[in-house]
Design a protein around this ligand. Structure first.
Ligand SMILES: [Mg+2]
Length: 230
């Protein structure tokens, strides 16, 4: 192997619903500007989760989600709302983000072996870049909002390979999502590693992963011995 790509959310770290809370903060701003609620707090949370789910499916951008949110609360969408949401979300990373166990030793081991590493995430920067940094990763963070392609599209993985400078067959991709991460990587010619720390069932209709690991530390056993200078 010559390179590793990693998914970010639920692979290197969890963010504990950071964007949901950023929307609730924005709701406070909208209400102070004369906006109206759509129901109970429960209704607001359900509506935010639905809005984010559609955004994560690639239906619209995060900026468009903010504009829809403002309009849905009776406030004319403005750039200041988008800017406020983005700033709030990025600022929350330090408090909300929790790296998954094993991240640091794996990243250290990859660095020691001079194996190229990059993150490929369906998301937006600077949020994902800040999350990766907080998880201890300081390399390239490719996001769908910038490359214009979302996993599992082969073009997303091609962008990753281009950034890593490695051929597909020598590149491993690690992620928690069977469809977006593992099947997507395999279809693009990479080796797909499924990180199953949440103990799920792999979709039977998919080709099995090249490897399944229950924790990132299991990656260490797959790595070659580091070269020692004689
Ligand atoms: Mg993920």
């Amino acid at each position: 192997m010559r390179a590793f790509g990693f998914d970010l959310d639920h692979t290197l770290a969890i963010d504990n619903g950071l964007e949901r809370v950023a929307f609730l903060r924005l709701l406070e701003v909208l209400l102070s500007e004369g906006g109206r609620t759509i129901g109970t707090l429960r209704d607001e949370i359900d509506s935010i989760d639905a809005l984010l789910a559609r955004q994560r499916q690639g239906e619209y951008s995060i900026d468009e989600a903010v504009r829809r949110f403002a309009a849905g609360h009776g406030v004319a969408p403005a750039e200041r709302h988008v800017a406020a949401f983005r700033r709030t979300a990025v600022t929350m990373v330090d408090e909300f983000l929790v790296p998954l166990p094993g991240v640091k030793p794996v990243l250290d081991a990859l660095r020691e072996r001079e194996i190229a590493v990059a993150v490929l995430s369906n998301g937006w920067n600077p949020l994902q870049a800040r999350k990766a940094q907080r998880a201890g990763f300081h390399g390239p963070v490719l996001v769908s909002s910038e490359i214009g392609e979302r996993k599992p599209a082969a073009r997303a993985f091609e962008a990753l390979l281009q950034r890593l400078g490695t051929p597909a067959q020598l590149t491993w991709f690690v992620g928690d999502d069977p469809h977006a991460d593992v099947a997507g990587a395999q279809a693009a010619g990479l080796r797909g590693v499924w990180l199953d720390w949440e103990r799920k069932v792999y979709p039977p209709e998919l080709k099995p992963p090249d490897r399944t690991i229950r924790g990132l530390d299991e990656l260490l056993a797959l790595l070659p011995e580091p070269e020692r200078v004689p």
